[in-house]
Design a protein around this ligand. Structure first.
Ligand SMILES: [Zn+2]
Length: 229
């Protein structure tokens, strides 16, 4: 549950500090890549992320091996156009954001806090199969996607789900309690659930699911039935 949160806004720059609810542990794809990663030296990790995703990364060398693997798995799981040459340009891992802040988004850079990169990140997220660490990464990338191109998607999302007074509760049913905090958190949480909790979201928050599909994910779906097909 959130215990502290700041959101600062000034022209062209958005800062969101997050404490994301807890939530678990997974088995993902990209095992070939993972095996290659096993052999990768810590000192080469930032260069690896630059080459594979075009991200300016710092701190990857500070991660435990399994968390670095989770970074790669998570980035591989997202549509490539949202990562490589997409809205996210920088990835700072193990940044000192304080104990209460799990992740932070500043313009096109995502920072994942030190506390998230350590033991607490191993906790399960409420989405089955996902660790808190992975969920935080995806949530923050959701913010960068929303804020890109002068907040184009964030503005469109707010027009539909948070009309009028910004303090008004979002329209329809948000995907989590954290999403009730603001339109920005609503977007980031919807982004996370669309990718990793699609079956549930399609049933529980059908309006947000139907909006995310074309406008954010270009029609790509991650429901079990869609994957099977
Ligand atoms: Zn957030």
């Amino acid at each position: 549950m959130p215990t502290r949160r700041f959101a600062l806004l000034w022209p062209g720059v958005v800062v969101v500090l997050d404490r994301v609810p807890h939530g678990v542990g997974p088995a993902w794809s990209a095992m070939d890549s993972i095996q290659q990663l096993e052999a990768l030296k810590r000192s080469a990790r930032n260069r690896f992320l630059a080459g594979r995703y075009g991200l300016v990364s710092v701190g990857a060398d500070r991660l435990s091996r399994h968390k670095f693997q989770q970074i790669v798995e998570t980035l591989d799981d997202l549509p490539p156009d949202l990562v490589r040459n997409g809205p996210i340009a920088g990835l700072s891992l193990g940044a000192d954001l304080g104990l209460e802040t799990y992740g932070e988004t500043v313009d096109t850079s995502v920072a994942i806090g030190l506390v998230t990169c350590r033991g607490v990140g191993n906790r399960p997220h409420v989405i089955p199969g996902l660790t808190l660490f992975q969920a935080t990464v995806v949530h923050e990338i959701g913010h960068t996607v929303a804020f890109a191109d002068q907040r184009r998607l964030q503005t469109a999302f707010e027009h539909v789900f948070w009309p009028g007074d910004d303090r008004a509760r979002g329209q329809g049913r948000p995907v989590s309690t954290y999403a009730l905090l603001s339109a920005s958190e609503d977007f980031a949480e919807s982004f996370l659930h669309y990718r990793y909790n699609a079956d549930w979201m399609a049933r529980s928050s059908p309006e947000r699911y139907a909006w995310m599909r074309p406008y954010v994910f270009g029609g790509r779906e991650f429901r079990a039935r869609a994957r099977a097909g």
